[in-house]
Design a protein around this ligand. Sequence first.
Ligand code: ATP
Ligand code: MG
Length: 388
Amino acid sequence: MNPTTILVKFHETALKGRNRHIFINRILDNLRVATKDLPVKNIWHKRLIIGLSLHEEAKIPEIAKRITNCFGIAKFYPVYEVEKNLESTLNLLKEILEQTKFDTFRITAKRPSKNFNLTSDEINRKVGTFVEEFTNSKVQLKNPDLEIFIEVMDNNIFIHTEEFKGFGGMPVGVSGRAMALMSGGIDSPVAIWQMLKRGTTVDMLHFHSYPLVDKSSIEKAFDLAKILNQHQYNSKLFLAPLSKIQQKIIVEVPPEYRVLLYRRFMIRIAEKLAIHKKSIALITGESLAQVASQTLENIAAIDAAVKMPILRPLIGTNKDEIIEHSKRIGTFDISIRPDQDCCSLFVPKHPITAAKAEILESFENSLPMKEMIESSIEQTTEEKFIYP
Ligand code: ATP
Ligand code: MG
Protein backbone atom coordinates (compact mmCIF):
# COMPACT_ATOMS: atom_id res chain seq x y z
CA MET A 1 0.00 0.00 0.00
CA ASN A 2 1.52 3.30 -1.14
CA PRO A 3 0.32 6.90 -1.22
CA THR A 4 -1.02 7.65 -4.70
CA THR A 5 -0.65 11.41 -4.66
CA ILE A 6 1.26 14.19 -2.92
CA LEU A 7 -0.81 17.29 -2.25
CA VAL A 8 0.99 20.61 -2.09
CA LYS A 9 -0.24 23.82 -0.44
CA PHE A 10 1.35 27.08 -1.48
CA HIS A 11 2.67 29.75 0.73
CA GLU A 12 1.85 33.45 0.43
CA THR A 13 1.60 33.04 -3.33
CA ALA A 14 -1.96 31.88 -2.69
CA LEU A 15 -2.77 35.43 -1.63
CA LYS A 16 -1.54 37.20 -4.73
CA GLY A 17 -4.94 38.07 -6.20
CA ARG A 18 -4.94 38.70 -9.92
CA ASN A 19 -1.37 37.49 -10.49
CA ARG A 20 -2.05 34.21 -8.77
CA HIS A 21 -1.92 32.16 -11.98
CA ILE A 22 1.63 33.39 -12.70
CA PHE A 23 2.81 32.11 -9.33
CA ILE A 24 0.95 28.82 -9.59
CA ASN A 25 2.24 28.16 -13.11
CA ARG A 26 5.77 28.84 -11.95
CA ILE A 27 5.49 26.42 -9.04
CA LEU A 28 4.02 23.82 -11.42
CA ASP A 29 6.92 24.31 -13.84
CA ASN A 30 9.51 24.18 -11.07
CA LEU A 31 8.00 21.01 -9.58
CA ARG A 32 7.92 19.37 -13.02
CA VAL A 33 11.60 20.10 -13.57
CA ALA A 34 12.54 19.10 -10.01
CA THR A 35 10.90 15.68 -10.29
CA LYS A 36 11.41 14.94 -13.97
CA ASP A 37 13.66 11.91 -13.32
CA LEU A 38 11.39 10.46 -10.60
CA PRO A 39 8.31 8.23 -10.96
CA VAL A 40 5.75 11.04 -10.98
CA LYS A 41 2.83 10.47 -13.39
CA ASN A 42 1.64 14.03 -13.71
CA ILE A 43 1.39 17.27 -11.80
CA TRP A 44 -1.97 19.04 -11.74
CA HIS A 45 -3.61 21.97 -10.06
CA LYS A 46 -7.12 22.57 -8.79
CA ARG A 47 -8.09 25.80 -7.03
CA LEU A 48 -5.43 26.32 -4.35
CA ILE A 49 -4.03 22.80 -4.37
CA ILE A 50 -1.30 21.23 -6.49
CA GLY A 51 -1.13 17.47 -6.77
CA LEU A 52 1.62 15.11 -7.88
CA SER A 53 0.13 11.79 -9.02
CA LEU A 54 2.63 9.04 -8.29
CA HIS A 55 3.54 5.80 -9.97
CA GLU A 56 3.43 2.67 -7.86
CA GLU A 57 7.21 2.54 -7.36
CA ALA A 58 7.54 6.16 -6.15
CA LYS A 59 9.66 6.61 -3.02
CA ILE A 60 8.28 9.34 -0.77
CA PRO A 61 11.54 10.53 0.91
CA GLU A 62 13.22 11.12 -2.43
CA ILE A 63 10.29 13.06 -3.87
CA ALA A 64 9.78 14.93 -0.59
CA LYS A 65 13.35 16.25 -0.74
CA ARG A 66 12.76 17.68 -4.21
CA ILE A 67 9.47 19.29 -3.18
CA THR A 68 10.99 20.78 -0.02
CA ASN A 69 13.69 22.46 -2.10
CA CYS A 70 11.11 24.04 -4.37
CA PHE A 71 10.43 27.50 -2.94
CA GLY A 72 6.91 28.90 -2.60
CA ILE A 73 5.46 25.85 -0.85
CA ALA A 74 4.02 26.00 2.66
CA LYS A 75 3.51 22.30 3.24
CA PHE A 76 2.78 19.04 1.46
CA TYR A 77 1.55 15.59 2.31
CA PRO A 78 1.43 12.18 0.67
CA VAL A 79 -2.17 10.96 0.56
CA TYR A 80 -3.92 7.65 0.17
CA GLU A 81 -6.90 7.80 -2.11
CA VAL A 82 -10.15 5.87 -1.66
CA GLU A 83 -13.65 5.81 -3.12
CA LYS A 84 -15.97 8.46 -1.80
CA ASN A 85 -17.71 6.48 0.95
CA LEU A 86 -17.20 5.69 4.62
CA GLU A 87 -16.62 1.97 4.13
CA SER A 88 -13.64 2.43 1.78
CA THR A 89 -12.23 5.02 4.18
CA LEU A 90 -12.38 2.62 7.13
CA ASN A 91 -10.90 -0.24 5.10
CA LEU A 92 -7.89 1.83 4.15
CA LEU A 93 -7.53 3.09 7.72
CA LYS A 94 -7.26 -0.51 8.94
CA GLU A 95 -4.20 -0.96 6.75
CA ILE A 96 -2.60 2.27 7.95
CA LEU A 97 -3.35 1.52 11.60
CA GLU A 98 -1.82 -1.93 11.40
CA GLN A 99 1.51 -0.32 10.46
CA THR A 100 1.44 2.52 12.99
CA LYS A 101 2.10 2.59 16.73
CA PHE A 102 0.36 5.27 18.83
CA ASP A 103 -1.53 5.75 22.07
CA THR A 104 -3.49 8.90 21.28
CA PHE A 105 -4.93 10.25 18.04
CA ARG A 106 -7.33 12.72 16.53
CA ILE A 107 -9.34 12.76 13.32
CA THR A 108 -9.37 15.99 11.32
CA ALA A 109 -11.96 15.84 8.56
CA LYS A 110 -12.40 18.56 5.93
CA ARG A 111 -14.86 18.81 3.08
CA PRO A 112 -13.47 20.93 0.24
CA SER A 113 -16.31 19.29 -1.70
CA LYS A 114 -19.56 19.54 0.31
CA ASN A 115 -21.20 16.85 -1.78
CA PHE A 116 -21.11 14.03 0.80
CA ASN A 117 -23.69 12.43 3.08
CA LEU A 118 -21.76 13.15 6.32
CA THR A 119 -20.65 16.50 7.78
CA SER A 120 -17.03 16.95 8.90
CA ASP A 121 -18.17 16.53 12.48
CA GLU A 122 -19.97 13.29 11.74
CA ILE A 123 -16.89 11.94 9.96
CA ASN A 124 -14.73 12.85 12.96
CA ARG A 125 -17.06 11.02 15.34
CA LYS A 126 -17.68 7.89 13.27
CA VAL A 127 -14.06 7.41 12.24
CA GLY A 128 -12.87 8.30 15.76
CA THR A 129 -15.06 5.61 17.33
CA PHE A 130 -13.84 3.10 14.76
CA VAL A 131 -10.16 3.86 15.43
CA GLU A 132 -10.65 3.67 19.22
CA GLU A 133 -12.27 0.25 18.95
CA PHE A 134 -9.83 -1.08 16.35
CA THR A 135 -6.65 -0.05 18.18
CA ASN A 136 -7.54 0.45 21.81
CA SER A 137 -6.16 3.99 21.69
CA LYS A 138 -7.71 7.24 22.90
CA VAL A 139 -8.83 10.45 21.24
CA GLN A 140 -6.75 13.44 22.32
CA LEU A 141 -7.42 16.68 20.46
CA LYS A 142 -4.28 18.52 21.61
CA ASN A 143 -0.86 17.07 20.69
CA PRO A 144 -1.98 13.58 19.79
CA ASP A 145 0.62 10.96 18.79
CA LEU A 146 -1.13 10.57 15.45
CA GLU A 147 -3.34 12.95 13.50
CA ILE A 148 -5.43 11.37 10.77
CA PHE A 149 -6.57 13.83 8.10
CA ILE A 150 -9.57 13.00 5.93
CA GLU A 151 -10.33 15.26 2.98
CA VAL A 152 -13.54 14.82 1.02
CA MET A 153 -12.85 15.79 -2.59
CA ASP A 154 -15.15 16.01 -5.65
CA ASN A 155 -14.64 12.41 -6.76
CA ASN A 156 -12.84 10.65 -3.94
CA ILE A 157 -11.48 10.86 -0.40
CA PHE A 158 -7.88 11.62 0.53
CA ILE A 159 -6.41 10.30 3.77
CA HIS A 160 -3.05 11.22 5.24
CA THR A 161 -1.16 11.09 8.53
CA GLU A 162 2.18 12.66 7.67
CA GLU A 163 2.87 16.31 6.76
CA PHE A 164 6.09 17.93 5.51
CA LYS A 165 6.91 21.62 5.86
CA GLY A 166 8.21 23.61 2.91
CA PHE A 167 10.45 26.70 3.08
CA GLY A 168 7.64 29.02 1.97
CA GLY A 169 8.62 32.12 0.03
CA MET A 170 8.10 32.56 -3.69
CA PRO A 171 8.84 30.22 -6.59
CA VAL A 172 12.17 30.95 -8.27
CA GLY A 173 11.50 32.82 -11.47
CA VAL A 174 8.83 35.29 -10.37
CA SER A 175 11.01 38.01 -8.79
CA GLY A 176 13.39 39.16 -11.52
CA ARG A 177 17.03 38.33 -12.13
CA ALA A 178 20.07 39.40 -10.11
CA MET A 179 23.83 38.86 -10.22
CA ALA A 180 25.33 37.63 -6.94
CA LEU A 181 28.94 38.10 -5.91
CA MET A 182 29.76 34.70 -4.48
CA SER A 183 33.03 34.10 -2.64
CA GLY A 184 33.90 30.68 -1.30
CA GLY A 185 32.94 31.92 2.17
CA ILE A 186 30.01 31.23 4.47
CA ASP A 187 27.94 34.36 3.93
CA SER A 188 27.36 34.88 0.24
CA PRO A 189 25.84 31.42 -0.43
CA VAL A 190 23.35 32.06 2.37
CA ALA A 191 22.54 35.48 0.89
CA ILE A 192 21.91 33.82 -2.48
CA TRP A 193 19.68 31.19 -0.87
CA GLN A 194 17.60 33.96 0.72
CA MET A 195 17.13 35.70 -2.62
CA LEU A 196 16.20 32.43 -4.35
CA LYS A 197 13.64 31.91 -1.60
CA ARG A 198 12.08 35.25 -2.52
CA GLY A 199 11.71 34.08 -6.12
CA THR A 200 14.72 35.79 -7.72
CA THR A 201 16.66 34.06 -10.47
CA VAL A 202 20.30 34.39 -9.45
CA ASP A 203 23.40 34.32 -11.65
CA MET A 204 26.55 33.73 -9.60
CA LEU A 205 29.85 35.53 -10.07
CA HIS A 206 33.07 34.42 -8.42
CA PHE A 207 36.33 36.38 -8.53
CA HIS A 208 39.55 34.43 -8.30
CA SER A 209 43.24 35.21 -8.35
CA TYR A 210 44.31 32.12 -10.23
CA PRO A 211 47.21 31.67 -11.18
CA LEU A 212 48.56 33.83 -8.35
CA VAL A 213 46.89 31.32 -6.04
CA ASP A 214 45.62 27.77 -6.53
CA LYS A 215 42.16 26.81 -7.79
CA SER A 216 40.66 25.98 -4.38
CA SER A 217 38.27 28.96 -4.30
CA ILE A 218 37.07 28.16 -7.81
CA GLU A 219 36.39 24.57 -6.78
CA LYS A 220 34.42 25.76 -3.78
CA ALA A 221 32.39 28.13 -5.96
CA PHE A 222 31.56 25.17 -8.21
CA ASP A 223 30.39 23.01 -5.33
CA LEU A 224 28.36 25.85 -3.81
CA ALA A 225 26.70 26.58 -7.14
CA LYS A 226 25.71 22.90 -7.35
CA ILE A 227 24.04 23.01 -3.94
CA LEU A 228 22.21 26.27 -4.65
CA ASN A 229 21.11 24.98 -8.04
CA GLN A 230 18.89 22.43 -6.28
CA HIS A 231 16.45 25.32 -5.86
CA GLN A 232 16.94 26.92 -9.24
CA TYR A 233 17.50 23.93 -11.59
CA ASN A 234 19.36 25.94 -14.18
CA SER A 235 22.19 28.17 -12.98
CA LYS A 236 25.13 30.07 -14.35
CA LEU A 237 28.41 30.61 -12.55
CA PHE A 238 30.71 33.27 -13.96
CA LEU A 239 34.41 33.06 -13.07
CA ALA A 240 36.19 36.39 -13.34
CA PRO A 241 39.94 36.90 -12.91
CA LEU A 242 41.07 39.55 -10.43
CA SER A 243 44.82 38.89 -10.33
CA LYS A 244 45.86 41.47 -12.97
CA ILE A 245 43.75 44.11 -11.28
CA GLN A 246 45.31 43.27 -7.92
CA GLN A 247 48.81 43.45 -9.33
CA LYS A 248 48.12 46.96 -10.59
CA ILE A 249 46.50 48.04 -7.32
CA ILE A 250 49.40 46.95 -5.12
CA VAL A 251 51.74 49.21 -7.06
CA GLU A 252 49.59 52.34 -6.62
CA VAL A 253 47.56 51.89 -3.45
CA PRO A 254 48.62 51.67 0.23
CA PRO A 255 47.75 48.31 1.86
CA GLU A 256 44.92 49.57 4.09
CA TYR A 257 42.89 50.75 1.08
CA ARG A 258 43.35 47.71 -1.11
CA VAL A 259 40.42 45.55 0.00
CA LEU A 260 38.01 48.36 -0.71
CA LEU A 261 39.53 48.99 -4.10
CA TYR A 262 39.23 45.28 -4.90
CA ARG A 263 35.60 45.45 -3.85
CA ARG A 264 34.90 48.50 -5.99
CA PHE A 265 36.46 46.80 -8.99
CA MET A 266 34.47 43.65 -8.30
CA ILE A 267 31.22 45.53 -8.03
CA ARG A 268 31.87 47.48 -11.24
CA ILE A 269 32.67 44.30 -13.15
CA ALA A 270 29.59 42.69 -11.63
CA GLU A 271 27.40 45.60 -12.73
CA LYS A 272 28.68 45.46 -16.31
CA LEU A 273 28.16 41.70 -16.50
CA ALA A 274 24.75 42.05 -14.86
CA ILE A 275 23.58 44.54 -17.48
CA HIS A 276 24.86 42.26 -20.21
CA LYS A 277 23.05 39.24 -18.70
CA LYS A 278 19.82 41.18 -18.09
CA SER A 279 20.05 41.32 -14.30
CA ILE A 280 18.63 44.35 -12.55
CA ALA A 281 20.35 44.11 -9.15
CA LEU A 282 23.51 42.86 -7.46
CA ILE A 283 23.64 40.65 -4.35
CA THR A 284 26.40 40.37 -1.75
CA GLY A 285 26.76 38.50 1.54
CA GLU A 286 27.77 41.54 3.55
CA SER A 287 26.61 41.92 7.13
CA LEU A 288 26.95 45.24 8.89
CA ALA A 289 30.15 45.64 10.92
CA GLN A 290 31.05 41.95 10.63
CA VAL A 291 34.57 42.86 9.45
CA ALA A 292 36.42 46.12 8.85
CA SER A 293 35.46 46.21 5.18
CA GLN A 294 31.77 46.09 6.12
CA THR A 295 31.35 49.22 8.21
CA LEU A 296 28.52 51.47 7.12
CA GLU A 297 31.03 53.98 5.74
CA ASN A 298 32.74 51.32 3.66
CA ILE A 299 29.46 49.91 2.44
CA ALA A 300 28.52 53.41 1.28
CA ALA A 301 31.91 53.72 -0.45
CA ILE A 302 31.30 50.44 -2.29
CA ASP A 303 27.80 51.53 -3.32
CA ALA A 304 29.16 54.78 -4.71
CA ALA A 305 31.06 52.85 -7.41
CA VAL A 306 27.93 51.68 -9.25
CA LYS A 307 24.37 52.73 -10.12
CA MET A 308 22.70 49.33 -9.85
CA PRO A 309 21.00 48.49 -6.53
CA ILE A 310 23.10 46.21 -4.32
CA LEU A 311 20.97 43.85 -2.24
CA ARG A 312 22.44 42.62 1.02
CA PRO A 313 19.99 40.11 2.49
CA LEU A 314 22.26 39.41 5.48
CA ILE A 315 22.91 43.01 6.47
CA GLY A 316 21.21 42.67 9.87
CA THR A 317 22.12 39.05 10.57
CA ASN A 318 24.65 37.91 13.18
CA LYS A 319 27.49 35.61 12.20
CA ASP A 320 26.25 32.74 14.39
CA GLU A 321 22.82 33.00 12.75
CA ILE A 322 24.41 32.89 9.29
CA ILE A 323 26.49 29.85 10.26
CA GLU A 324 23.44 28.05 11.59
CA HIS A 325 21.58 28.87 8.39
CA SER A 326 24.42 27.65 6.17
CA LYS A 327 24.43 24.33 8.03
CA ARG A 328 20.72 23.91 7.39
CA ILE A 329 21.00 24.59 3.66
CA GLY A 330 24.03 22.37 3.15
CA THR A 331 26.64 24.95 2.18
CA PHE A 332 28.59 25.15 5.46
CA ASP A 333 30.88 22.15 4.93
CA ILE A 334 31.94 23.51 1.55
CA SER A 335 32.36 27.07 2.79
CA ILE A 336 34.75 26.11 5.59
CA ARG A 337 37.10 24.19 3.32
CA PRO A 338 40.43 26.04 3.37
CA ASP A 339 41.04 28.10 0.24
CA GLN A 340 43.22 30.84 -1.15
CA ASP A 341 40.78 33.70 -1.44
CA CYS A 342 41.57 36.56 -3.79
CA CYS A 343 40.73 39.25 -1.23
CA SER A 344 43.36 38.07 1.22
CA LEU A 345 46.14 38.81 -1.25
CA PHE A 346 48.37 41.80 -0.48
CA VAL A 347 46.14 43.24 2.21
CA PRO A 348 46.94 44.17 5.83
CA LYS A 349 45.22 42.70 8.90
CA HIS A 350 43.58 46.05 9.59
CA PRO A 351 42.09 47.70 6.53
CA ILE A 352 40.68 51.19 6.79
CA THR A 353 37.25 51.22 8.47
CA ALA A 354 35.89 54.55 7.21
CA ALA A 355 37.05 55.09 3.67
CA LYS A 356 35.99 58.27 1.91
CA ALA A 357 34.83 57.76 -1.65
CA GLU A 358 36.93 60.75 -2.80
CA ILE A 359 40.17 59.19 -1.55
CA LEU A 360 39.33 55.88 -3.21
CA GLU A 361 38.51 57.74 -6.42
CA SER A 362 41.84 59.56 -6.35
CA PHE A 363 43.64 56.21 -6.24
CA GLU A 364 41.45 54.87 -8.98
CA ASN A 365 42.17 57.89 -11.17
CA SER A 366 45.81 56.88 -11.25
CA LEU A 367 44.86 53.45 -12.66
CA PRO A 368 43.79 52.48 -16.21
CA MET A 369 40.33 51.59 -14.87
CA LYS A 370 38.45 51.01 -18.10
CA GLU A 371 41.10 48.73 -19.50
CA MET A 372 41.41 46.76 -16.24
CA ILE A 373 37.67 46.19 -16.03
CA GLU A 374 37.23 45.28 -19.69
CA SER A 375 40.13 42.88 -19.65
CA SER A 376 38.68 41.00 -16.66
CA ILE A 377 35.27 40.81 -18.33
CA GLU A 378 36.82 39.52 -21.55
CA GLN A 379 38.50 36.72 -19.62
CA THR A 380 35.42 35.82 -17.62
CA THR A 381 34.23 32.28 -18.25
CA GLU A 382 30.76 30.82 -17.82
CA GLU A 383 29.76 27.48 -16.31
CA LYS A 384 26.28 26.01 -16.58
CA PHE A 385 24.54 23.84 -14.01
CA ILE A 386 21.46 21.74 -14.70
CA TYR A 387 19.48 19.94 -11.98
CA PRO A 388 18.41 17.22 -11.54
P1 ATP B 1 31.62 35.63 2.53
O1 ATP B 1 31.45 34.62 3.60
O2 ATP B 1 30.45 35.74 1.62
O3 ATP B 1 32.94 35.51 1.83
P2 ATP B 1 32.78 37.49 4.28
O4 ATP B 1 32.20 37.66 5.62
O5 ATP B 1 34.00 36.68 4.12
O6 ATP B 1 31.65 37.00 3.28
P3 ATP B 1 34.03 39.50 2.74
O7 ATP B 1 35.06 38.51 2.41
O8 ATP B 1 34.38 40.83 3.27
O9 ATP B 1 32.98 38.95 3.77
O10 ATP B 1 33.13 39.70 1.46
C1 ATP B 1 31.98 40.48 1.45
C2 ATP B 1 31.17 40.15 0.21
O11 ATP B 1 31.90 40.48 -0.97
C3 ATP B 1 30.90 38.67 0.08
O12 ATP B 1 29.76 38.28 0.81
C4 ATP B 1 30.67 38.52 -1.40
O13 ATP B 1 29.37 38.92 -1.77
C5 ATP B 1 31.68 39.50 -1.96
N1 ATP B 1 32.94 38.80 -2.26
C6 ATP B 1 34.04 38.70 -1.49
N2 ATP B 1 34.98 37.96 -2.10
C7 ATP B 1 34.46 37.56 -3.28
C8 ATP B 1 34.94 36.77 -4.37
N3 ATP B 1 36.15 36.21 -4.37
N4 ATP B 1 34.13 36.60 -5.44
C9 ATP B 1 32.91 37.14 -5.46
N5 ATP B 1 32.41 37.89 -4.46
C10 ATP B 1 33.17 38.10 -3.38
MG1 MG C 1 34.90 36.15 2.33
